[in-house]
Ligand binder design. Structure first.
Ligand code: ADP
Ligand code: MG
Length: 401
């Protein structure tokens, strides 16, 4: 779904290769962004404090310093025509630093600030729901001890989530009642949190959209996501559960466009949604960047989410989001390097014996339990064929069904 923009029209000219692009963060998202930028002829400078970062290994230039290091930021600013970020926990001040130097920043610090604070994010999503009709789950903000006493009992059972720095289910505790809540809040350091009612989910989906500097927007088909231990396990596209509900898909994409437009967002934006057992839809959270649930676009779509991020930040026209084949993406965690306590090398040759399986490894030095090491996109002539290939590949790697 694509529509042409009418707001925030600017007359900025495109940034053409071989200009330098800057990326904050050299994790797997940074690395895949760099590959696409280089493929389009750009040079990339990555800022990441880790000397062994996956992105640092492939960029033309790796500035190995903290995200607040002014000397490093100045060096990057002198080199790059535009800057983007691979993660939302980069200090918003860092993005503002580049913006103040008239470097094109996509997404802007203001958008990233909303996504890095669950309290601001919930408030913002609530505002967007007035027009989109899709709001967040019932919740209560807990900043101080006295907020514990004002929690409505109908919010339980609930999930306590830290307002900042949570990801992959980290910084979250299930609580059944007010007593458990008090203990959990202390356990999370007494920091600002959001208490969210545990909802009866039927399934989870994410919308992946791209918004250009001139307001043009486009949306990939919706992905259906399965999480394990709070970490994404598989994404299937098109969403098998939404195939017979085009109106729900349309509403979700419309709500995602609304969110992007309200922030004057530029770049790739992922919005996670819950579909409840009664068929109603809630918005969960936003990720102001390419997202794990969009990795399928690398092999199944005409234009990958990383290429779109490059196009958006370079003020180029957006690419075609057409899905060429149904696909199921399987995340590969460090767990597959271990058989119980025994270290092993995964049998990649067995995975690649499936002709439609496309393997992507991130080049991380040490596998750890729960650490994202790579993913496999399994293509198929139909959704079931893609899902079957995904199950077979997972089996070959010893991943539990
Ligand atoms: P993260 O930032 O770690 O991705 P999320 O808020 O997306 O945190 O939560 C991770 C997962 O936990 C969700 O994808 C969903 O499976 C589950 N979850 C989160 N909030 C709720 C809720 N209110 N009700 C039911 N399940 C939830
Ligand atoms: Mg999430």
């Amino acid at each position: 779904m694509t529509k042409s923009g009418n707001s925030a029209v600017t007359n900025l000219s495109p940034i053409l290769p071989p200009a330098w692009l800057g990326i904050l963060g050299g994790g797997q998202l940074g690395r895949m962004f760099i590959h696409e930028a280089q493929s389009l002829g750009y040079k990339v400078c990555v800022l990441d404090p880790d000397p062994l970062s996956p992105g640092g290994a492939v960029a033309e230039k790796h500035i190995c310093a903290d995200y607040g290091d002014e000397k490093a930021l100045n060096e990057m600013a002198n080199l790059c025509a535009a800057v983007s970020t691979e993660f939302e926990n980069v200090p918003a001040k860092t993005l503002d630093y580049f913006q103040n130097k008239d470097i094109f920043v996509a997404p802007m610090g203001r958008c990233v600030s909303i996504a890095q604070d669950r309290i601001l994010e919930k408030e913002f999503l609530q505002q967007c729901s007035v027009l989109s009709g899709i709001g967040p789950a019932p919740h209560h903000v807990i900043k101080t001890q006295s907020d514990l006493a004002t929690v409505p009992t109908q919010l339980f059972p609930a999930i306590l989530k830290t307002a900042r720095m949570g990801y992959d289910g980290k910084g979250q505790v299930n609580v059944r009642d007010a007593d458990e809540l008090a203990v959990a809040w202390q356990g999370l350091g007494g920091n600002a949190c959001v208490l969210e009612k545990r909802m009866p989910l039927a399934f989870e989906v994410s919308a992946l959209i791209v918004r250009a500097h001139d307001g043009q927007v486009t949306a990939y088909p919706i992905a259906e996501n399965i999480h394990r231990n709070g970490i994404l396990h598989t994404s299937t596209v098109p969403s098998p559960s939404l195939v017979k509900h085009p109106n729900v898909s349309k509403k979700i994409i419309g709500a995602s466009f609304e969110i992007a437009e309200k922030m004057a967002y530029v770049g790739v934006l992922c919005v996670e949604y819950f579909v409840l057992q009664d068929g109603s839809v809630l918005v969960n959270e936003i990720a102001p960047r390419p997202h794990n649930s969009g990795h399928y676009t690398m092999d199944a779509s005409v234009t990958s989410q990383f290429e779109q991020q490059v196009r958006a930040m370079a003020r180029l026209p957006l690419g075609d989001v057409t899905l060429m084949e149904p696909v199921a993406m399987l995340n590969i965690l460090g767990d597959v390097w271990f058989d119980k306590d025994q270290a092993r090398e995964p049998a990649w040759h067995h995975v690649l014996a499936h002709p439609s399986a496309k393997l992507h490894l991130y080049g991380k030095a040490s596998p750890k339990l729960g650490r994202k090491m790579g993913h496999i996109n399994c293509l198929g002539k139909g959704i079931q064929e893609a899902k079957d290939a995904c199950v077979a590949v997972a089996h070959d790697l010893g991943i539990a069904p």
